[in-house]
Write a protein that binds this ligand. Structure first.
Ligand SMILES: *Cc1c(COP(=O)(O)O)cnc(C)c1O
Length: 426
């Protein structure tokens, strides 16, 4: 196809339908350009992006500093594998570990790979440090979790769609209700074979469920008490999205995961992905201190692309942007305005019942059943009105714009969302 030939959205959608596996159900809009908080479709229509690629594009689309770092590195050295050293990985590892306050990092590419890495690390620690008998280690997970799509991870999902007919499943996981300290304590008391507790500080995919303010802190304290690793999956919530550098930092809105916060809920294992690259490149990471990370020896885990020079250069730039542009503080401030403005509307509305969230990870609950297509139809109308968002589950719409948004843009978006919801009032 020649580059000057005009392509229509419909013809591109047809190609995906015909030649691509149908493992997603995208909103029918075909994007061809992005800049900051905006994306454009192939017909040239401009939209506010309120998904940010599931919070990968926190720094905004095509951030010039991140693109620049990627271009420079792509022209210099792209991949060596870990069979040799490359000159980008060491400096990146120093930068990342100091940024988040851990001794070491294990670099991977996708979020699911990083979760797998954390699970393997946790099990190995359990056998070699804690002293659990081989094959007996159990890891606690939460109802409604989303940690990715590998065979092991979907083994402990309770989303039937994600699980059904993908068995046999990986053993060694115990599910408890989310946001229940009592349930966590009960399982910890009941078995000597618990190796870790894997948890999302806010359940994003499940519908942006925000637990009690002290849940992370109390869960961490219990894990300490029982010598169990507290594993935070911050793939979606981390890197300024919820108004602090990490969601486990709670209500502290400073720009670093600092000493003060370590007394709150500093994880034993921290899992990052998505915005670690600002959406430019797949980059994920597992962070831990030496007493845990040192159980992994050469040959025991790895990835051809993990820690490659482009990933390293891109991630440093992406993290610098978060600090330089004070994205955590911005997300915190704009999130409060977003929930306040939508909250006011919802009081008078019969189509939306609730707005919840933290920072710029928010959701609006639509007044209809989980099986209804009202939330989907609202997202179609939002698209027509110039704003892109998607339902998480059934009747819940997630609103997560890039964190580089300004006040004026946010208020513009609030009025688009309210105008659209009003079209659906009964
Ligand atoms: C997106 C996500 C993952 C998986 O990341 P991928 O890069 O899609 O594999 C894991 N955990 C959480 C909380 C996520 O939101």
């Amino acid at each position: 196809m020649s580059v000057i030939e005009k392509v229509s959205s419909a013809s591109i959608i047809d190609l995906e339908n015909k030649y691509g596996a149908h493992n997603y159900h995208p909103l029918p809009v075909v994007l061809s350009r992005g800049e900051g908080v905006y994306v454009w479709d192939v017909e040239g229509k401009k939209y506010y992006d309120f998904l940010s690629a599931y919070s990968a594009v926190n720094q905004g689309h095509c951030h010039p500093k991140i693109v620049d770092a990627m271009m420079k590195q792509a022209q210099t050295l792209t991949l060596t594998s870990r069979a040799f050293y490359n000159d980008q990985l060491g400096p990146y590892e120093e930068y990342l570990t100091k940024y988040f306050g851990f001794d070491k990092v294990l670099p991977m590419n996708t979020g699911a790979e990083a979760v797998e890495t954390a699970l393997k690390l946790c099990r190995k620690w359990a056998y070699e440090v804690k002293g659990i008998a081989e094959h007996q280690a159990q890891i606690i997970v939460c109802d409604g979790n989303f940690h990715g799509r590998t065979t092991t991870i979907i083994s402990f999902s309770n989303d039937d769609n994600a699980r059904k007919n993908f068995g046999p499943y990986t053993e060694g996981f115990i599910k408890i209700p989310y946001d229940s300290i009592e349930a966590l304590e009960q399982v910890l008391q009941s078995s000597k074979n618990i190796a870790g507790f894997l948890v999302e500080p806010i359940q994003g995919e499940a519908g942006v469920y925000v637990p009690a303010d002290d849940y992370m802190m109390r869960a961490k304290a219990l894990c300490n008490q029982y010598n169990v690793l507290f594993i935070a999956d911050e793939v979606q919530t981390g890197i300024a999205r919820t108004g602090s550098l990490l969601a486990v930092c709670g209500n502290c809105n400073c720009e670093s995961h600092c000493e003060k916060q370590a007394t709150y809920a500093s994880p034993d294992i921290l899992i990052l992905g998505k915005a670690l690259s600002g959406g430019a490149y797949p980059v994920s990471a597992v962070l831990a201190n030496d007493n845990i990370m040192n159980v992994i020896k050469p040959g025991q885990h790895g990835s051809t692309f993990g820690g490659n020079p482009i990933a390293a250069a891109v991630a440093v730039a992406a993290l610098e942007v978060v600090r330089e542009e004070r994205l955590a503080e911005n997300a915190n401030r704009l999130g409060k305005i977003f929930r306040a403005e939508l909250g006011k509307y919802i009081e008078t509305s019969n189509i939306a019942t609730l707005v919840r969230g933290k920072g710029l990870l928010n959701a609006v609950v639509i007044n209809d059943t989980e099986e209804s297509d009202t939330a989907w139809n609202i997202c179609m109308a939002l698209r027509d009105n110039g704003l892109l968002a998607k339902p998480t589950h059934g009747n819940i719409i997630r609103f997560a714009p890039p964190l580089v948004m300004n006040d004026e843009q946010l208020l513009d978006c609030v009025s688009i969302i309210i105008k659209t919801l009003k079209q659906f009032e009964k």
